[in-house]
Structure formats: C-alpha cells, structure tokens
Ligand binder design. Structure first.
Ligand code: BGC
Length: 738
C-alpha cells in the first residue's frame, strides 16, 4: 500500500514538473533543449528527408529510419497515415538520444484525400470563404493522417501558361493572389495562435519569382526588374507572411543572377529584415545541391556554406548540411550562432505543434477514419468545385433541362476519374472521384438514357472512335463532350511549348457539332489553353479545370442549373502561344494598340487581345453594374476614397457576380499599367435585386514605386473603373491634389 502511494506521489510530481515546464515561455523551453544538443544533433534538426513513399525528385537516401534513430534528421516528408507516422515518430522519441519528435510534412496542395479543385481553378471562384474552407478541410484531413506541415500555399504569380505549375497558383494578378494567399494560410494554420490539432503549418513557396521562368520552362532562369518583382511578384508572399505563415520555401530558380537558395538579399535582407518574417526557411528539393550546376558553388560543401549563410534553415533532401555543415562550423566558415538560430526556429515549431508534450498528438486512428473523405468534407469540396467553374460561352444551350430523355456524354474525359484529381493530389485517389458520367447519373437518376463513348484519347491521332461518338450524339437530345489535358500534362516539370488541346480532341468536337445537336464542351485542364476555334464556335463552353473528388457532381450542378456559374478567370487565356506573356495589366507603350494601324505595338498576324480576358466569366442570369460613384472627385494625402457601386440582377435567376474595381494612374513619373485590380466583391443577388457595394480605396491603392524604387503617390488624375471583367468596365476620374 505504502509503495503504491509513493509511486502515485512520484507520478503526480512528474506531471506537475511537466505542467510547470509547459507553462514556461517557448523560448526557454527551446533553450533547455538546445543546451543538451551536440553540433551533429543540431545539424540533424536542420535536415529534412523524404521517406520511400514517393518523391518529387531523386531519392538519394533510402536509409531514413537509421537517420531518425541517429538524430540525423529532424523532419520527414512523404510519410502519412497514423500508423506510418506513429511508427516513425516512435523511432525518434524512443530510440534517438535526445528523443526530439519529428515534424511530418507533405505536399497537401489542394486537399489531402478529399481533393479540391486545383489552386488555379479554385482562384477562379474569387470566393474567399470557399478558398479558406478548402484549405481548412485539407488541414483537418492531413492532420488526422499524422501530418503537421504542408508545403503550400504556392503563391507564385504566373503570366505564362506554358509553365506547368501555373496550375498551382492563383493566376496573374497580385491583388487577387494576395487575398487568396492569406486565406489559404489561415485555412491551413488557423488565425492567431497556432497549435490546434486540426491545423497544420503552412509553407509559402517558392521564394521568390519562380513563376516567371524564361520561355515558361520549369526551373529556368528568372530575370526581372526590382520594380516588377516588388509590384507584382512579391505581394502574395508578403500577404501570406502577414497572415502568419510559419514557414517559407526557397525556389529552384535564380533571380537576377543569384539562385534563390543562395540569395542573401532574398532570404535575409528582404525576408527577415524587411518583411519581418520570424519563422523557418526550408529549401526546395535538393536546391542547395543544385547551386553547383547553377554555377555559383564549386562543390556541395561550398553550396552548403552559401545556402546557410544566405538564410536557409533546413535542407530538403540534399543531405548537404548533414555532410558538410559540421566541417564548415569547425573551419570557422559558418558561425555556430547561425546554426543555433536555425535550430531554434525549428524547435520552436515543434513546441508550437505541441509535439514535445505529446509526440503522437496527431496520431488518432479513430479521428483518421471519421475525418478523411467524410460526407461533410465531400460536401464542401462539391461546393468549392462548382464555384470554380467558369462559363466561357453559352449560345442559349445551358442550363440543360433535367427532363432530357437521351443525353450523349462523350469524350476522353467523360467517364474518367483518375485525371480529375489533377497534379499534386496528395493522398487523393481517382477511385474516390465522381466522374462526369456518374455526376450526371446522380443528378438525373434512371429517367435518362446516357449514351457514352470516348471518341478518342486525350493524346494521339486515332480517330477510329469518332464514328461511335457521333452515332451516340446523333441519337441524343443533347451532347456533353469532356476534353482537355491529362493530369501529368501540367504541374511540376510539365511545361508545354504548344498549349493547344492535345491530340484530335478538337476534331472530335467538330465532328460532334456536325450532328447539329445542342452541344456543351466541358474542358478539364490545368492551365489556360489556346483554343481560339472552340472559344469562337462552341455552342457552350465550360472551363472546369481539374475539380477534384466531387468534379462530376459539381459539373452536373452547373449543367442542369442547380448552381448558376459564378467563376471568373484568374488569368488571361491567350489566343496563340506567340502572345505569351499576355496579361491585362500591361503598359500602354508609346504606340498603343490599334488593330488597323501597322505602326503600332502589335502583331501582323493576330490581335493583341487574349481569347478570354482576366476577370471574365458568364452566368445564367445578367447583371447591370453602375458606373462607380466616388464620394469625392478630389482627394489629398491621408484621405480615403469611398466608391459606391450598384449591382442589379437583371435576369430571372438567382446568381452571383464578382464586381471588380480597377485603377489607372493616367500620368506618372514612371509608366503605369493600363489597368490594375484594386478590389473585388462577390455578391449573390435574387432576380431583380439590387445591392449597394462600397469599395474603400486607401493611399496604398494609388501608390507605385518611383524611379528610386520608393513607394509614392503623385498628384494627378486616376481613372477608377468598375465592371464584371477587365474588358467590361465603366470609369470615372478622381484627382489627387497636392
Ligand atoms: C517542389 C516543391 C515541393 C517539393 C517536395 C519540389 O520538387 O518544387 O514545391 O514542395 O518538391 O515535394
């Protein structure tokens, strides 16, 4: 009895010690761990390895279990699932000398198992609640699978649809992309204090300007003016950091001659000193090693020195810190203080995640079963998916009647599931996706006869299936044809020089149109495609990107009018690849475009205009947007300009409209873009309903970088334009006075 009492008292004592330590500030707790660490163990914390479950680059270290045991790595990626992460965590906290828990990271980009639309598609929703909800579900599922950290959001602006990773960002515009970046960070991490067990750490990537490689070729050189960088490419990173992102990933590319991973200006002067980023910087996959082929490091040891001194805290998969950092410290080339700083940042994350208190905090099999792919998550995915669809053309074809008796649903993607999850689909599986055929069946039940045929493959020249598809179409009341790209055609290392529809898919559409039946073209793809013929001739055209697990249900909601499409393009669709980069916020030039004047900035063979502009997307109803009504026509320093806009649903269906506000600084000491998005609001209106919207423009909205790269606002006239697409606006002029 006495023994039991003594043991109980001892347990209570231990508990109270642990509780006392939990109450200590994180910095003290971090210091107490640091005090126990050898240099090798510190370097171990600065090392991130992939498991053998999958990787996005060369897997160069198969022995990761041994690495964990020996304290040679502090974090792992590509391990998920409670059973697997628990097994690996156990090695760390039971078999390594210091028992420091591991962080598990993964590319949870647009959902974990319940897959959401690809990020570019989701950006087309212009719906900030939807974007945040999507990241929230991704975090809930990932954390239920033992994960702590996602390598997202990717916030790289891109104006080049040849670049496969355009699918992973939010398009061409810094204001839209910044708003989305902040929502995604908050969706993953929560707002304010981090540490709820259904949230994961966000990682803003790729710092910086990865989205502007020459020729749209992945990993290629980036060279741009500091003005362009600061005005267009930097803002989404800033927004993500301001929203509390705990980690940042470096980029593969060089920026103006210095590879991002060795770029002290980027990683220290800008990120730490100017943007006040307090979290941890991880490199991209072996991007330290790649400093050698880049030609700034003589060998991998030199590469480690450059990266660590530039500000890279954690080496992803390169094993270069592990091999060379100790030597570099001993030789006095890298101060130990720099190593300590990096390790402190990493340990802090582990404390914030609660892993020192309970390393298995994210390992709950019951939760894993109930959260992942739950009906609740699928319902959110369906909602976000339908909001991401953009109606590009509609010659009175859509919505289709639910009374339809025979419907042909054809094309290489009509019954497809695997491609719908798109690239970067984490643990997503095609088998859980609702195909378009299944979605239509779910919607219409058995009352409709569905006639299906592939017609052709996504790629290749085989037209032998055309006859069957045309035959099915000619028997049907209406035809839905699903065409596009396969998921490997976009994403990392998937740049395309020709971004037209692959294979003979367009020919298939032409053959189907020959039947004269009402026809809807459903595009499924990961980037803007050059589709001028379809853009001008398809009776109805829906851009559905890759919509994820609930794709088929979401598309059926739009096809049959249960959801009125509200998406708007977050990126211009070029007519021809030769126009790239084509983006709305271009400069006027000294010879502004005039189609019939040869001596203007133009092409001989093609218009300057994109096929579909930024901000464009149709609805099943119509909206009238008033001219902007500013509360003042003159404003001074320190004053805001309040702009009132009325929007009315003039059609006969309920619908949502995205009202977009652009400005143009007419005369400035530095040329300004012809239009720049400054604000937007998405509103829902019943037929006949009018809403008054208020947009408040602050000083920063009129500011630009002057010739000395200082932010400034100059007196003069500013056009304020409001509309539902960049090419459909009404304008007024306000004057800034001294
Ligand atoms: C990509 C990153 C990704 C990493 C880990 C790299 O190839 O560029 O975006 O997070 O792999 O999978």
């Amino acid at each position: 009895m006495k023994n039991i009492l003594t043991s109980l008292l001892f347990l209570l004592f231990l508990n109270s010690l642990a509780a006392q330590s939990r109450q200590k500030p994180v910095s003290e707790r971090v210091d107490s761990v640091m005090a126990l660490m050898t240099l090798e163990e510190k370097i171990g914390q600065m090392t991130l390895f992939t498991t053998d479950w999958g990787s996005t680059g060369p897997t160069i270290r198969p022995g990761y279990r041994e690495d964990i045991k020996e304290g040679r790595c502090g974090a792992l990626f590509n391990a998920h699932g409670v059973a697997f992460t628990r097994e690996l965590q156990r090695i760390a906290v039971e078999e390594s000398r210091l028992k420091i828990p591991l962080i598990f990271g993964y590319d949870v980009i647009h959902g974990f198992k319940t897959i959401f639309p690809i990020p570019l598609g989701e950006a087309a929703s212009w719906d900030m609640k939807a974007v945040k909800a999507s990241a929230g579900v991704a975090a809930a599922e990932a954390s239920a699978a033992g994960l702590h950290w996602t390598f997202a959001p990717m916030v790289d602006i891109s104006r080049d649809p040849r670049w496969g990773r355009i699918m992973e960002g939010a398009g061409e515009d810094p204001v839209l992309a910044s708003a989305i970046a902040a929502q995604r960070v908050q969706g993953f991490q929560g707002i304010g204090t981090f540490g709820e067990p259904n949230r994961i750490l966000a990682c803003v990537k790729h710092f910086a300007a990865y989205g502007a490689p020459f020729g749209g070729r992945d990993y290629n050189t980036v060279d741009m003016s500091e003005r362009m960088f600061r005005e267009v490419y930097l803002p989404p990173y800033q927004a993500a950091i301001a929203a509390g992102a705990r980690t940042v990933m470096t980029a593969f590319n060089e920026l103006n001659g210095v590879p991002a991973t060795a770029n002290k200006w980027l990683l220290t002067d800008l990120l730490r000193n100017e943007l006040r980023f307090k979290g941890m910087v991880v490199t991209d996959y072996t991007s330290i090693n790649e400093l050698v082929p880049h030609g700034v490091a003589a060998n991998e040891k030199h590469a480690s020195e450059l990266a660590v001194l530039a500000g890279a805290d954690m080496d992803m998969q390169g094993a270069v810190y592990q091999r060379f950092l100790k030597e570099l410290v001993e030789e006095g080339k890298v101060p130990i203080a720099r190593v300590d700083e990096a390790v402190r940042r990493i340990l802090r994350l582990k404390f914030e995640l609660g892993l020192f208190d309970d390393p298995y905090r994210y390992c709950d099999e019951k939760k894993e079963k109930s959260v992942i792919l739950s009906d609740h998550n699928r319902a959110i995915a369906r909602d976000v998916a339908r909001k991401s669809i953009v109606l590009l053309r509609n010659e009175n074809i859509l919505p289709l009647s639910k009374e339809v008796k025979k419907l042909a649903v054809v094309g290489p993607l009509a019954a497809d599931k695997d491609n719908l999850i798109g690239f970067w689909s984490a643990a997503g599986e095609g088998q859980h996706c609702v195909s378009l055929v299944d979605g239509i069946r779910n919607k219409l039940g058995t009352g409709v006869e569905l006639l299906t045929a592939k017609g052709c493959e996504i790629t290749g020249n085989d037209r032998s299936g055309f006859a069957e598809a045309v035959e099915q179409a000619s028997q049907a009341d209406a035809v839905v044809v699903a065409i596009g790209e396969s998921r490997e055609m976009s994403g990392e290392a998937a740049s395309r020089a020709d971004i037209s529809l692959p294979g003979v898919q367009e020919e298939l559409v032409k053959a189907l149109m020959g039947t004269g039946k009402p026809l809807v073209v459903v595009l499924m793809n990961g980037r803007p495609l050059t589709i001028p013929w379809l853009g001008e001739n398809a009776p109805a055209l829906l851009e559905t990107w890759w919509l994820g697990t609930e794709a088929g249900n979401a598309i059926a909601d739009v096809l049959f009018g249960d959801y009125n499409p509200s998406g708007k393009l977050p990126v211009s669709f070029p007519r021809h690849v030769g126009q790239i980069p084509v983006f709305y916020s271009h400069k006027a030039t000294g010879r502004p475009y005039q189609p019939n004047n040869k001596w203007r900035s133009k092409y001989l063979d093609i218009t300057n205009e994109p096929l579909f502009p930024f901000g464009y997307g149709l609805s099943y109803t119509t909206f009238e947007i008033s001219a902007p009504a500013p509360d003042k026509t003159k404003f001074r320093s320190g004053e805001v300009v309040k702009v009132h806009v009325k929007v009315t649903n003039t059609g006969n269906r309920e619908g949502e409209e995205v009202v977009q506000l652009y400005i143009h600084d007419k005369v400035a000491s530095v040329t300004r873009p012809v239009k720049e998005l400054r604000a937007f609001q998405k509103v829902s209106l019943k037929p006949g309903e009018t809403k008054d919207l208020l947009f408040v423009l602050f000083e920063k909205d009129f500011a630009f970088l002057d010739q000395n790269l200082e932010w400034t606002i100059e007196p003069g006239e500013f056009e304020i334009m409001v509309g539902n697409s960049v090419d459909n606006v009404k304008a007024v002029v306000v004057v800034r006075v001294e």
